[in-house]
Design a protein around this ligand. Structure first.
Ligand code: VGL
Ligand code: ZN
Length: 193
């Protein structure tokens, strides 16, 4: 069913940074494929939020021999490095709000709402619906979508504008199921007008 985008809608673009793109330290396969789609979506929203993973060099989630799971990642998205920059093709200059997360060395934070002023900022702008895009489906996208629900927003996952890390088989599908069960709605870019 088509959805008409209004000024009460916000688009959240999650972590479209070089380290999560092919060739990056914690690459999401096909992460760069969704850039043209996200750029098109950005043009249709009046509130555009970009989140970024913004770690200190000694972040607690970094491991010398990473297991590629929660708490054991290769060093990625270190503040001020090229890997932490948004992909150059992404129209990040269109951001109305930039959210940096997981900045404390001793704490992991996957959600753009965790320890940030994002919910308050969105409420001040009278946002009711949140549309989520970006990477990685199983971590920061999922955590951001679930926290958006908890903060009282209606949440839509734009499924063709999201990619997962798929470290374990089926992890993307599982993430979608968890989000859906919690109350996240699924849509695709084709439905948004
Ligand atoms: C993410 C793993 C570690 C993400 C961030 O952006 O999904 N995943 N840090
Ligand atoms: Zn991280």
């Amino acid at each position: 069913m088509p959805l008409t985008i209004t000024p009460a809608d916000a688009l959240i673009v999650v972590d479209m940074q070089n380290d999560f793109m092919p060739g990056g330290a914690l690459a999401v396969s096909g992460g760069d494929e969704i850039i043209p789609l996200i750029n098109r979506l950005l043009a249709g929203f009046s509130t555009r939020v970009f989140t970024r993973d913004w770690h200190p060099a000694d972040h607690i989630s970094f491991a010398v021999s990473p297991a590629f799971k929660d708490g054991s990642w290769p060093a990625h998205c270190v503040q001020g490095t090229r890997g932490a920059e948004f992909h150059p093709d992404l129209e990040s200059s269109s951001a109305d709000k930039l959210v940096s997360k997981a900045e404390a060395p001793d704490k992991e934070a996957y959600s753009g709402f965790q320890d940030t002023d994002l919910a308050q900022w969105l409420k001040q702008r009278n946002i009711q619906r949140i549309f989520v895009t970006g990477v990685a489906m199983e971590y920061c996208v999922k955590a951001t979508a679930l926290d958006a629900l908890r903060s009282g927003f209606e949440v839509w996952l734009i499924q063709d504008a999201v990619r997962g890390v798929n470290i374990s088989p089926g992890s993307e599908e599982k993430a979608v199921q968890i989000m859906q069960a919690a109350g996240v709605n699924l849509t695709s870019s084709r439905e948004l007008v």
